[in-house]
Ligand binder design. Structure first.
Ligand code: 3PG
Ligand code: MG
Length: 391
């Protein structure tokens, strides 16, 4: 590990600027999922225990450099206070003077860093200003580490910097999954479009032994192989690209797993009339919504023989009953194998985590990332600027 952790830093009496990602979903003025807040608690607790004053820097939404009242972090202050189990002092306009005046161990939350464009522009003046506020910089926002912003990247070069507990945990889990995995390694990639995951597929075929492709993406591959996918979501213009990925996988010794049977329906709604057919028998007026039982049996066989699994995307339209059947049957196997100690399982991405939560197996996974975009970019083999700046 090239980065330092909180254990390597002298925090006693220090102001510790702590970049967190508490960009949580809200509905009707309430935080609907406080996971991201709960996951930064170890870092905040450890900084306070070491005698430091954690000053949390965070973004909320995409206010595009404007002060947007609905995107004030004041809205989530009650959830932060409750989830961290501490009083949290909210500061709109921080100054070094004001922070120095606080009793040691005060937990501070600064207003949305994105209320100025200087944040997203990674303006050196903003980085310098932030650095002037603290003595140490701790980055605990893995899920924002794909952004080279003043509070994620710029400031890290200007202060003694380290990774927070969650950041270290995320990086450790991902390394175990893809950098130094126990083989065989299987990746499950799903989602609507191949076009959004080209880099991911390109990187994974070089790294994993089996690549299971599900969701709308699978249709693009099937079509590229000359299979009629009816009215299914499909990027026909990417046929050549899909064939190139298949060829690359073949050369790298990565076996690509596509559905051999499919669940099809004619209406995009829950409990739509449906049938299971062979992959080459999709009716011209139907859409593919899930992998069929034979496909899932093959996937589960591969998972049962694997030692490591990474997952980003479901096999089908799991949000609509009964088209989550394939995804949930696969998740049952991942959970059972992980619980038995036979599999290291790492997952990330909004849809993926939603599917895992709906399956009731969230606790069984080895690790579930809090990140969406950053998880994807890491799996694409990209350098995350927020991580690189800690090195
Ligand atoms: C996220 O919610 O994925 C992170 O907080 C990053 O947010 P962003 O995509 O607006 O940069
Ligand atoms: Mg995002």
């Amino acid at each position: 590990m090239a980065w330092k952790t909180l254990d390597d830093m002298d925090l006693d009496g220090k102001i510790v600027l702590t970049r967190v990602d508490i960009n949580v979903p809200m509905d009707g003025g309430r935080v609907t999922d406080a996971t991201r807040i709960a996951r930064i608690k170890p870092t905040i607790d450890d900084i306070v225990a070491a005698g430091g004053t954690p000053v949390m820097l965070a973004h909320f939404g995409r206010p595009k450099g404007e002060v947007v009242p609905e995107m004030s972090l004041a809205h989530i202050l009650p959830a932060v206070t409750e989830t961290l189990g501490r009083d949290v002092t909210f500061i709109e306009q921080p100054s070094r003077e004001a922070l120095d005046a606080l009793p040691a161990g005060t937990v501070v939350l600064v207003e949305n860093t994105r209320f100025t464009n200087m944040e997203t522009d990674n303006d050196p003046k903003m980085a310098q200003f932030l650095a002037s506020l603290g003595d140490v910089f701790c980055n605990d926002a893995f899920s924002a580490a794909h952004r080279a912003h003043a509070s994620t990247e710029g400031v890290a070069h200007l202060l003694p910097s380290c990774a927070g507990r969650l950041m270290a945990q995320e990086l450790g889990a991902l390394e175990k999954a893809l950098t130094t995995p126990e083989r065989p390694v299987v990746a499950v990639v799903g989602g609507a479009k191949v076009s959004t995951k080209l880099d991911l597929l390109g990187n994974l075929v070089r790294k994993v032994d089996f690549l299971v492709i599900g969701g709308g993406m699978a249709n693009t591959f099937l079509a590229a192989k000359g299979i009629d996918v009816g009215k299914s979501l499909c990027e026909h213009d990417l046929a050549e690209t899909a064939r190139e990925i298949l060829k690359k996988a073949d050369e790298a010794g990565c076996e690509i797993i596509l559905p051999v049977d499919i669940v099809v329906a004619r209406e995009f709604k829950a409990n739509a009339a449906n049938e299971t057919v062979g992959v080459d028998a999709c009716p011209s007026d139907a859409m593919i919504f899930d992998a069929g039982p034979q496909s899932v049996a093959r996937i589960n066989e591969i998972i049962t023989g694997a030692k490591t699994l990474v997952m980003n995307g479901p096999l089908g339209v799991f949000e609509l009953e009964p088209f989550g059947t394939g995804t949930f049957a696969m998740l049952d196997t991942i959970a059972a194998q992980t619980t038995a100690g036979a599999l290291v399982s790492v997952a990330g991405g909004g849809d993926t985590v939603a599917a895992i939560n709906a399956s009731g197996h969230a606790d069984a996974f080895t690790y579930i990332s809090t990140a969406g975009g950053a998880f994807l970019e890491w799996m694409e083999g990209k350098t995350l600027p927020g991580v690189a700046a800690l090195g």
